[in-house]
Design a protein around this ligand. Structure first.
Ligand SMILES: [Zn+2]
Length: 62
């Protein structure tokens, strides 16, 4: 029986982000994980979230 075959790397998750475009802080209750698409509520720009190996959140404009 194998009840723990999930990756043992902790999945880093952010609950907010600072918009690189307008610097506004956007709370994100559903959580931002690696590969997620997020949208700034202030300027409307969409970003692809990447979380690197050191756990830093990076955003690229879509
Ligand atoms: Zn913005």
């Amino acid at each position: 029986m194998s009840d723990s075959d999930e990756s043992n790397k902790p999945q880093k998750k952010y609950n907010d982000f600072d918009c690189p475009n307008c610097n506004a802080n956007n709370p994100y209750d559903e959580g931002i994980t690696d590969g997620a698409e997020v949208r700034c509520y202030y300027c409307g720009q969409e970003f692809r979230a990447r979380i690197d190996e050191s756990g830093k959140l990076k955003l690229r404009e879509i």
